[in-house]
Write a protein of this length. Structure first.
Ligand SMILES: Nc1ncnc2c1ncn2[C@@H]1O[C@H](COP(=O)(O)OP(=O)(O)O)[C@@H](O)[C@H]1O
Ligand SMILES: [Mg+2]
Lengths: 260, 294
């Protein structure tokens, strides 16, 4: 699966600036996502965390007013090069959304959807089972794969969405506040799952919950809007460093809650 | 002090309950008026016509003698025209709705188109008849055929189908589309495998409405040149034809009592066709909905 050596970053941004229409929402972001590590993006509401994350799989292309300058390298290749077809890169870069969004289909068909649209030829049953197992959901759903995914609880739905993303065998998984709609027990389950998955996948997680970032991530990026509402990457470092010994006073203010 | 306040609350609850009961009664009366009129109509027609609804009536052609007049030509004409028009309006309508909702960019051109589709839905049906006569019958030289008739009716109901389909497509949450795209689905795959299945029950509701309207239409087909006296079953898309409402209209306007009975019988047949088409569509829709919700 790995196409990149373990020690080189899987995603790099270079002087990334993002605009919605004329408004610049994030500017000058240079960061890396290390292979097989968990990178957290933290920052206050509206600081552009989701926007930054959605640059990593060109999800922002769906927003007409969006445009950007700079570059996003995925495994060394510029995602925004003229020759790159977004649908072609998205299956390599899985995404899990803030609200669980299972399709109104059976549990099995949810997981099989990605492989099917990507022309998977092989043992679909095995692939679906393997994906659901990796998402730590198998024991709960193995007897009801034909039931509607909407009959699952919120936490189960979110793990199903993770299984669905894993089924197309991505190298990296982007998660946009995956626990914000979940109860504490489901949150814990997802956090454990993330640690487990980081053995095989690179993970980027957006979270507004600083304890969560501290608990699960290896690296942390802190985004913060300046006077002009344009956000900058204030600090990017190992999570331990950010939470014990931040270099920037704005980071310190934010993580200790003395903010704004 | 507290007691006084509580007393006021109690009185208001009673009054509110009274208002609620009045409202309830008003709603009940409204529905009873509607149902009553419908029942009256049905009973009246049934009493007039039930004696004539039999196999002979269904399998006979119109006749100058009222007791021998039958409905076969009109029944088949209606079924052919409606089936073709429904299929056509469904295909074109859904495709147009997909284009407007999923492909067209949201600019003023799209807005103008949207507003005009809503306007088209309100254009009197006779105007469509004139259009059908000019374009299908004369310009495309289809003649006064089943095909020309179903094209005309398809045009007539197309706006209804488009509007209903657009609403159904719009009701599919964006998060579903995002989920599809994030897995590497193309736009086409996302529309075909995620959006349309979820929008389908709503689309079908629109088609039911459209077909129900089309099946009762008389004016546009008369303008277009459908026949009123057809002693044969249409044998293909280019055949000349008549439809149930035209046949009924024709019988009603005769002086003989026997034709009035035939007209009532024809109305019963029309209602049965209409209700069974609707029932079929509702059945389909419910099945589909259950499959989605699991
Ligand atoms: N589709 C959009 N069009 C215009 N502005 C947007 C859009 N999405 C987000 N924004 C703006 O961009 C900024 C960053 O939003 P977002 O990335 O959602 O922040 P976060 O995820 O950190 O809460 C906000 O000011 C928001 O209002
Ligand atoms: Mg966000």
């Amino acid at each position: 699966m790995k196409s990149v050596a373990d020690n080189s970053p899987i995603i790099e941004t270079r002087d990334l600036n993002v605009y919605y229409g004329p408004t610049c929402v994030i500017s000058g972001v240079d960061m890396e996502v290390e292979t097989h590590k968990i990178t957290a993006i933290i920052g206050p509401s509206g600081s552009g965390k989701s926007t930054l994350l959605r640059c990593f799989n060109r999800m922002n292309d769906l927003i007409p007013s969006f445009h950007m300058t700079g570059s996003v390298l995925f495994a060394g290749r510029d995602l925004y090069d003229a020759g790159v077809d977004p649908t072609e890169i998205r299956y390599q870069i899985g995404m899990v959304f803030q609200r669980p969004n299972p399709f109104p289909k059976s549990i099995f068909d949810n997981v099989a959807f990605g492989p099917r649209v990507n022309g998977f030829r092989g043992d679909m049953n095995a692939l679906v089972e393997d994906s659901i197992r990796r998402a730590a959901l198998w024991d709960e759903v193995k007897d009801r794969l034909k039931e509607s995914a909407l009959s699952l609880s919120g936490g189960q739905q979110q793990r199903l969405c993770i299984a669905r993303a894993l089924a197309v065998q991505p190298q990296i998984i982007l998660m946009d506040e995956p626990c914000s709609a979940l109860d504490p027990i489901s949150t814990l389950a997802i956090e454990e799952l993330m640690r487990e998955l980081s053995n095989d996948y690179s993970i980027v997680i957006v979270t507004h919950n600083m304890q969560q970032a501290a608990r699960v991530s290896d690296y942390t990026a802190f985004l913060n809007p300046g006077e002009d509402k344009t956000s900058e990457l204030i600090e990017f470092d190992e999570t331990r460093q950010i939470f014990t010994n931040p270099k920037d006073e704005r980071t310190e203010a934010y993580i200790t809650g003395r903010f704004g | 002090m507290a007691d006084v306040v509580r007393g006021q609350f109690d009185r208001r609850v009673n009054r509110r309950r009274l208002y609620g009961q009045i409202f309830h009664a008003l709603c009940l009366i409204s529905i009873l008026i509607g149902l009553g009129m419908l029942a009256l109509l049905l009973v009246d027609i049934f009493l007039d016509g039930w004696r004539r609804v039999n196999w002979e009536f269904l399998t006979s052609f119109p006749s100058r003698k009222p007791e021998q007049a039958g409905i076969q030509a009109a029944l088949f004409g209606s079924i052919y025209v409606i089936a073709l028009a429904g299929a056509l309006a469904f295909t074109l309508g859904v495709a147009a709705a997909i284009y407007l909702e999923e492909y067209a960019s949201r600019n003023w051109v799209a807005k103008v188109i949207q507003i005009n589709i809503a306007n088209l839905a309100g254009v009197p049906s006779i105007v469509y008849g004139i259009l059908g006569l000019e374009i299908f019958v004369r310009y495309l030289a289809l003649g006064k055929s089943v095909l020309a008739g179903s094209f005309t009716l398809a045009l007539l109901v197309l706006p209804i189908v488009i509007i209903a389909s657009e609403e159904a497509i719009r009701a599919v949450p964006p998060s579903i589309r995002e989920g599809g795209y994030a897995l590497g689905a193309t736009r086409w795959q996302t529309i075909w495998r995620l959006v349309l299945p979820q929008a389908f029950p709503g689309i079908l509701t629109g088609v039911i409405l459209a077909v129900s309207r089309a099946i009762g239409e008389t004016a546009p087909l008369i303008v277009m040149g459908a026949l009123t006296f057809v002693p044969f079953t249409p044998d293909g898309p280019m055949s000349r034809f008549t439809v149930l409402p035209i046949q009924i209209f024709n019988w009603v306007s005769r002086p003989q009592e026997g034709f009035h009975e035939a007209a009532a019988a024809g109305i019963i047949v029309l209602l049965v066709v209409l209700l069974s088409m609707n029932a079929l569509a509702v059945l389909l829709r419910n099945r589909f909905q259950r499959r989605l919700e699991g």
